[in-house]
Design a protein around this ligand. Structure first.
Ligand SMILES: [Ca+2]
Length: 189
């Protein structure tokens, strides 16, 4: 898969994921390249700290807010997800990924693009964590990006794939159409 070099990472913050009024979640899957093994949808078992049941893949499970429903994208699998608004480079984390509690050897690469047909640029790697935030730096003049992808890290010795629950665009711009001439506002939420 062709990758550009328009972007690079800065900080990765791991912890428990919450999302207040700010941010938005993925709304559609634009690319899904299932891995060579361990491709399924998974449900978190109630009253169990980390137990998952399996069913056929339903890509809806990576959309919307985190809900305990995951897609295991498979060994070296790839899923690309669209946000309603462009990802904006602001101070602090810009995007977030929720994965399952089954974090043993489930690393992943995080990629973004403004157009899936133009290729993806890797901006971060995600280690063994059920939640991570990423602060992305954008090259000056680079087009804004709208899509985020997760590429399974292909853990050596295991054929499992990372399990994705949800992704979020933490900071985005909504352009408000002018009510008076020239009165265009960019609201950062
Ligand atoms: Ca989910």
């Amino acid at each position: 898969m062709r990758r550009s070099h328009l972007f690079f990472i800065s900080v990765i913050i791991c912890g428990f994921g919450t999302l207040s009024d700010a941010g938005e979640y993925g709304t559609s899957v634009v690319t899904f390249l299932p891995g060579t093994d361990d491709v399924a949808s998974l449900d978190l078992v109630s009253n169990s700290p980390c137990s998952l049941t399996s069913r056929p893949v339903d890509l809806v499970d990576v959309l919307g807010p985190p809900n305990g429903k995951f897609v295991s994208i498979g060994h070296l699998g790839f899923v690309g997800i669209e946000f309603p608004h462009d990802i904006v480079d602001m101070p602090g984390p810009d995007v977030a990924v929720w994965a399952s509690c089954n974090t043993d050897c489930q690393s992943a690469a995080i990629l973004v693009t403004h157009d899936p047909a133009a290729g993806w640029g890797q901006v971060a790697t995600m280690g063994a964590a059920s939640y991570a935030e990423f602060d992305i730096f954008f090259d000056p003049g680079a087009p804004p990006v709208r899509y985020l992808a997760v590429l399974d890290g292909g853990c050596t010795g295991l054929e499992g794939g990372v399990d994705i629950d949800a992704v979020a665009n933490l900071q985005f711009v909504v352009t408000v159409k002018p009510t008076t001439w020239g009165a265009i506002k960019a609201l950062y939420r």
